[in-house]
Design a protein. Structure first.
Length: 262
């Protein structure tokens, strides 16, 4: 049995008794973010800055519309330690323990821990935002379809759909690589020792990824089928705990090896 298969089997074994708790956490985080977004939309409707037909700002109300969106994003960002709480719970599961649902709020326990987590997440957000911007290939799809200059609407629609799927898949692959390179191990290193320096977690996380590049990518591609199911949204609530626990299990062993060397 290869390492990746072993890690998956260990994750599935560890998840017994914890599935419902982790799914409840995913649902809670999703509900909180959706509620904040909805509140923003309601405020935009109240201030008459939202054009319901287009979903964009009404003429002359651009400032109000944008300000509400910014406030929405800021509030969401300051609640991101909920996500760290989910990953901490996943790390607990990887150690064959059943987490408490309230562990999702564990990074709100003290001001120092909270603001360290916020700093960590700010770096994550900047890195991933740059990746989303760099690997948004929508402009290429537009360029290619425009260059075809075909009058056949059905053919143009088909080509556009195929290009969107192809470039979308490439975009997901590249963004996933950035996540694995900068975020994955840094997150678990911080969870393993929240007293450690945030920037040191990044340095150690990158080194850990480089040293275990092949095995990490094999583990990731081993979930390709599961990840594709997330397109239908509902399976994501099953897939996220499974994938997260698998990577937490991998990180657990790698971190223990690093500690042994030190």
């Amino acid at each position: 049995m290869n390492k990746e298969k072993l890690i998956k089997n260990q994750a599935l074994t560890s998840l017994k008794g914890s599935w419902i708790i982790l799914i409840a956490m995913v649902l809670t985080i999703s509900a909180v973010m959706i509620a904040i977004y909805s509140m923003g939309s309601i405020v935009q409707l109240i201030t008459k800055s939202l054009d319901t037909a287009t979903g964009m700002a009404k003429s002359g109300k651009e400032f109000t519309f944008t300000l509400i969106n910014i406030i929405d994003l800021v509030v969401m960002f300051f609640l991101t330690p909920l996500i760290n709480g989910f990953f901490k719970s996943v790390y607990t599961v990887a150690h064959n323990e059943i987490p408490s649902f309230w562990e999702i709020f564990s990074f709100f326990n003290s001001p120092k821990l909270y603001f360290k987590t916020i700093l960590l997440n700010l770096i994550f957000v900047v890195i991933l935002s740059l990746a989303f911007f760099a690997f948004d290939f929508g402009y290429l799809v537009t360029m290619i379809t425009d260059s075809l200059k075909t009058s056949n609407t059905a053919l143009t629609t088909l080509i556009t759909a195929v290009l969107n799927i192809v470039f979308g898949a490439v975009s997901v692959l590249l963004i996933s690589f950035v996540y694995l390179f900068f975020v994955n191990y840094a997150m678990f290193l911080f969870i393993d020792d929240s007293n450690s320096n945030v920037f040191c977690c990044f340095g150690k996380g990158v080194k850990m990824f480089v040293k275990n590049f092949g095995n990490t990518m094999k583990l990731y591609f081993g979930f390709a089928g599961w990840i594709s199911l997330c397109f239908f949204v509902v399976p994501a609530f099953y897939v996220l705990p499974y994938i997260s626990t698998s990577f937490a299990t991998s990180a657990k062993w790698l971190i223990s090896i690093e500690k042994g060397r030190n």
